[in-house]
Design a protein. Structure first.
Length: 193
């Protein structure tokens, strides 16, 4: 199956600044990815295990906590399952930069369903790629793929304090409702009636 990156052509041009000028944020934060390093989106593959492991281990503790709701790191068995998926019941897209064989994963979005019309989704981005439009591209492409694969509804959980995820979900048409845990929000997107 070919991955259609629905938002690739919507990318805004990078902000111009005089040659040699240094932005204030570059003085105190890690350097942002180069503007011309637009990640490619593709399906995950078993060969992505090492890159997925490096990606997960490179997430900040705060980002890892927002994704897993705990401070733990996934073990290698989990990472193998997350890279060698069953495409009959799962889909996982990765955003990668660099060229083969030195690709680096900078984002992952996935959904899982057990034959039901509802699928649970998740997304996580490398810290340096947050708030740069990649989440919209990646989750938007996952939504498109789910719709094409016959999924009727995407659902997921996020922390009630995860403003970035709540804003992303709202921008893509998800509704936010209460979850059984008051610290979480349930995100839902109806894809088919």
């Amino acid at each position: 199956m070919k991955v259609i990156d629905f938002a690739r052509t919507r990318r805004a041009p990078p902000a111009a600044r005089p040659a040699g000028a240094v932005a204030r944020s570059e003085c105190t934060e890690p350097a942002a990815p180069a503007a011309d390093a637009l990640p490619r989106l593709r399906r995950i593959a078993p060969a992505d295990f090492a890159a997925l492991r490096a990606f997960v281990h490179g997430l900040s503790p705060a980002t890892g906590y927002k994704r897993l709701f705990s401070g733990r790191l996934p073990d290698d068995d989990e990472l193998r399952r997350w890279s060698a998926i069953d495409f009959d019941r799962e889909e996982a897209l990765v955003a990668v930069v660099g060229s083969t064989p030195d690709e680096q994963i900078v984002g992952v979005a996935r959904y899982v369903h057990d034959g039901a019309p509802e699928a649970e989704f998740a997304i996580v981005l490398a810290d340096a790629w947050q708030r740069r439009g990649l989440g919209t591209r990646l989750l938007g492409t996952l939504v498109y793929t789910a719709r094409q694969q016959g999924v009727h509804r995407l659902v997921g959980l996020t922390q009630a304090t995860n403003a970035g995820m709540l804003a992303l979900a709202q921008a893509l048409g998800f509704t936010s409702g209460r979850a059984s845990d008051p610290a979480l929000r349930r995100l839902t997107l109806q894809l088919r009636p």
